[in-house]
Design a protein around this ligand. Structure first.
Ligand code: ATP
Length: 375
């Protein structure tokens, strides 16, 4: 398949939202009903760069789906402007909207395949709508099915496929007319973890090999962790935090973001875990966020030459955006423990839990963020 230009992330924005709001009126009529209705999207400004995988994460009702429907103009904004690939979506007429939607592929949670049509016919559908000749359609469908690894399923019906296979068909169909943008709305939410990983790997290939900009809507931070370059966290219609995924994981600024990160990463001990650790490990407990040195983290360096011992008692190291990420909780013992803590602090962010006999409270991760917010 031919690759679109700009496969790496860059500053060139392909989607720009500026002060965008969408209200849904309540049951009443007129202006007053807006006040009682829902601000599904509330003054949102975002820039999504060409070639990027951009995540929008939030709980149910946060406004994620409405945001996506505003981007492809299935909903019209009540305030603000939306630009997609150089077009001002908020001012497009019918014809302009048709062109816009041809440039945006959609993938859905429930796949939305035609049950009475074969896999090949499903993938072919947008090409028929676009008026492609029979020969071109046939060649394109074969190319797409090969790309998603389903060449042998061309004559199968959706009911004969697994959930992951159905979503591959959905992705092939969304890519049929070579859109520059793919909107994936909870594309893996109906899938088990292993199949989710396969589908996310396919989305990564779509981004890297075809240069397609992907907007991933999800309530799972692990999806963001695995596949996204940038992320916006939504709560009550607002974007409460956005930026580089690694930065957001490393230094979240809001409680909402902290809660999402904790669902993806279990490396930091929650307060109940700290209580159990203190029972087993009476020494000084410190949580060390591992710096991305590119050389790994030498735990022994902090006690070498000192009368102190560091034992790993909790933690985990994983990847965020292809970079190592995680934390270790260490129990430090021995007369020169304080010197070891000083060395650790020079090398990495450290949260001091104190000892079982003299505990410190400032280690509670979420609560420390709460203080940061002044909450
Ligand atoms: N057509 C509509 N009419 C009235 N209210 C709506 C409409 N669409 C969405 N809403 C409301 O707007 C808010 C945001 O909904 P939206 O579906 O965008 O959230 P979401 O984050 O995508 O949630 P979910 O993951 O459950 O789909 C919700 O309060 C929802 O009830």
């Amino acid at each position: 398949m031919s690759a679109a230009p700009g496969t790496s992330t860059g500053a060139d924005p392909i989607i720009v939202l500026d002060g965008v709001s969408k209200f849904f009126a309540g049951r009443g009529r007129g202006e007053a009903s807006v006040a009682r209705g829902v601000r599904a999207v509330d003054d949102v400004s975002l820039r999504i760069a060409r070639g990027e995988v951009f995540g929008v994460v939030g709980y149910s009702g946060a406004g994620k789906s409405t945001l996506v429907r505003l981007i492809n103009a299935l909903e019209r904004a009540d305030a603000g402007t939306i630009d997609v690939d150089g077009r001002r979506v908020t001012e497009l007429g019918e014809r302009g909207l048709r062109d816009l939607r041809a440039d945006i592929g959609m993938v859905f949670q429930q796949f939305n395949l035609f049950g009475a049509r074969t896999v090949a016919r499903n993938v072919e559908y947008p090409l028929r709508l676009a008026g492609w000749s029979r020969d071109r359609r046939r060649a394109r469908v074969a190319e797409l099915l090969e790309f998603v690894g389903l060449s042998d399923k061309a004559r199968s019906y959706p009911a004969q496929l697994s959930g992951g296979q159905k979503q591959r068909v959905g992705i092939a169909r969304a890519l049929a007319t070579s859109p520059h943008i793919l909107l994936a709305d909870e594309a893996t939410s109906a899938l088990d973890p292993e199949t989710t990983r396969d589908v996310l790997d396919l989305l990564r290939r779509v981004n890297r090999e075809l240069g397609v900009t992907i907007v991933v809507i999800t309530h799972e931070m692990s999806v963001v962790q695995y596949v996204c370059h940038k992320v916006a966290v939504m709560e009550d219609g607002k974007v409460v935090e956005h930026g580089d995924v690694y930065q957001i994981f490393a230094d979240p600024q809001t409680q909402a973001t902290c809660r999402f990160i904790q669902t993806a990463l279990k490396d930091r001990p929650a307060p109940d875990v700290v209580a159990r650790l203190r029972e087993r490990h009476p020494g000084r407990l410190v949580v060390v966020t591992l710096p991305d040195t590119g050389r790994g983290f030498d735990v022994t360096a902090f006690t070498t030459g000192l009368d102190a011992r560091a034992a790993v008692v909790y933690g985990g190291v994983t990847e965020v955006g292809d970079r190592p990420f995680g934390s270790l909780t260490l129990e430090l013992t021995g007369p020169q423990t304080e010197d070891a803590v000083t060395r650790l602090r020079d090398a990495a962010p450290v949260v001091d839990l104190g000892t079982a006999a003299d505990p410190l409270d400032d280690a509670r991760w979420v609560e420390s963020i709460a203080r940061k917010e002044g909450a």
